[in-house]
Design a protein around this ligand. Structure first.
Ligand SMILES: [Zn+2]
Length: 132
């Protein structure tokens, strides 16, 4: 069992970035654009649940409303009908849990090696761009 940590939020309900300490409505978008690491790698590095989004409650509610409004296309057509071809089938010989675990482990190890841009790096990059 995994004991994932919970993301931290500020008083406005915005999640706080573990790298630079600033809060963003769409934290994972910030992490990707601002620090150059994927949402997957960020969650791994800070032991956050990989299957859980990190955003304000307001954005979650908006997204839920959008899905309900477009239920036929989003859920019925795209997930249930089109998903039939890619769904895991019992007795599948092509993928097994060990192969998936090994692939995840490799990706996890690679993520640990990757350098994260700190706030100082971002400021340094901006200054050198402005200096050109
Ligand atoms: Zn940040």
């Amino acid at each position: 069992m995994n004991n994932y940590l919970e993301p931290k939020f500020n008083t406005k309900g915005q999640p706080i970035c573990e790298i630079c300490g600033l809060a963003y409505d769409k934290l994972l978008q910030h992490v990707s654009m601002g620090h150059g690491i994927s949402a997957f790698d960020y969650k791994r590095r800070f032991n956050l649940n990989p299957r859980q989004g990190i955003q304000t409650a307001k954005l979650t509610t908006q997204a839920r409303k959008r899905v309900k409004r477009n239920f036929k296309t989003v859920v019925l057509d795209n997930l249930i009908v089109k998903g039939r071809d890619t769904r895991f089938k019992k007795g599948n010989q092509h993928t097994d849990i060990e192969k998936v675990r090994m692939a995840m482990k490799k990706r996890w190890e690679a993520a640990k090696q990757q350098k994260i841009k700190t706030k100082a790096d971002i400021v340094h990059d901006l200054i050198s761009k402005l200096g050109r």
